[in-house]
Ligand binder design. Structure first.
Ligand code: TXA
Ligand code: MG
Length: 333
């Protein structure tokens, strides 16, 4: 749902009875958003396997950038279908899941998760929440759920249903009310994708909890800073094309492929994919990573990208496109 679309004034806030779970699961399976309690904070959940549903999260939060999202599972076994666990990751999961701990692990090439969840990184953050209502929702909808904290971008994370309603309003159709969150602070984010175990975001699971299981654990910067540092890395992996990208293209030159937007598309491209023929930014965001990937995977040629309006989700799309068009030298890892 885009923030621009007409919506009712307020979301539905339901006590967690059978009818509420049935409705929440149906909404999620239909690609809609549902806010739900976890032991840390309320999450804004969407079907993690659907590009359009995940794009809806960014639209509802009004995120200026596509930050990578945590995907929630009922069990470590379910997570293992999407990311690669080594022995160390298995030991940490066995000891501390379910619980307020997120693991950053290499994404499997065959993962069903939307590329928007990893925002172009080749890692994916995964978590098995302990909250019984989160567990029940995951089980009833039968989907992995991408869920950032259920607040508008730049606001404090919500620990009560009323906080979610105040921050997101009717951008989220349904909030499952589970009362206040026990931890009240976002999960610890532990990066186990490389040789050094690194805490990207401190939380209720501490270095002292982790060291006996994971060995030496490095504590860094907060997650925002570490993502800044990783920004060049975000140009690699899944969506940064290997070929030159020309932005704000209103025509096609030579052998270019065209990433189009809107109803009026210049002719002459060797291949054209339109992010949204109707000019819808949420639809465009949903297609962005997958289309860049497709245009880049065929024969060698340059990619021209039509101008995208810089409002709403458009600024997140443009942020990623600028990164994709940036010089190649810094983005080797
Ligand atoms: O407690 C929580 O973790 C809550 C509940 C809902 O589970 N979720 C949450 O999500 O706080 P969010 O999106 O607000 O924060 C996710 C954090 C961000 O700091 C993000 O940068 C980091 O995890 N993150 C996600 N994927 C990552 C990745 N592949 N590599 C590095 N950091 C990642
Ligand atoms: Mg957050």
């Amino acid at each position: 749902m885009s923030p621009e679309s007409p919506t009712p004034e307020a979301p539905e806030i339901l006590p967690p009875d059978d009818a509420a779970f049935a409705r929440a699961a149906a909404l999620l399976r239909a690609g809609e958003l549902v806010a739900f309690p976890t032991e840390t904070v309320y999450g804004l959940g969407a079907d993690a396997t659907s590009d359009a549903a995940v794009a809806g999260i960014f639209a509802a939060k009004d995120r200026p950038q596509f930050n990578p999202l945590i995907v929630h599972f009922t069990s470590a076994e379910a997570a293992e279908a999407e990311v690669v666990f080594d022995d160390r990751a298995r030991a940490v999961a066995a000891a501390l899941w379910p619980g307020p701990l997120t693991l950053v692990l290499p994404r499997r090439p065959e993962s069903r998760l939307s590329l928007l969840c990893s925002a172009g990184l080749d890692t994916q953050a995964v978590r098995v929440p302990a909250h019984p209502l989160a567990q029940r929702l995951l089980a009833e909808c039968g989907l992995p759920l991408a869920a950032p904290s259920a607040n508008a971008s730049g606001r404090i994370s919500p620990t009560e249903a009323a906080h979610v309603a105040a921050s997101l309003g009717a951008r989220v159709p349904l909030i499952l009310d589970g009362g206040p969150c026990a931890v009240g602070l976002e999960s610890t984010v532990l990066d186990l994708s490389g040789p050094e175990a690194t805490i990207l975001r401190p939380g209720a699971v501490t270095t002292q909890d982790l060291t006996p299981i994971a060995g030496e654990v490095r504590e860094t910067l907060d997650a925002a800073e570490s993502l800044e540092l990783k920004a060049p890395g975000m140009l690699t992996s899944h969506y940064a094309p290997g070929h030159p990208v020309r932005l704000d293209a209103t025509d096609v030159v030579g052998d270019e492929a065209l990433l189009a937007f809107g109803p009026e598309v210049p002719a002459g491209a060797v291949e054209t994919l339109n992010l949204s023929p109707s000019g819808d930014l949420t639809e465009a965001a949903a297609h962005l990573f997958a289309y860049l990937h497709r245009l880049d995977s065929a024969d060698v040629r340059d990619i021209a990208v039509m101008p995208i309006p810089d409002s709403g989700l458009g600024s997140a799309i443009n942020d990623r496109l600028r990164r994709a068009a940036a010089p190649r030298s810094q983005d080797q890892d």
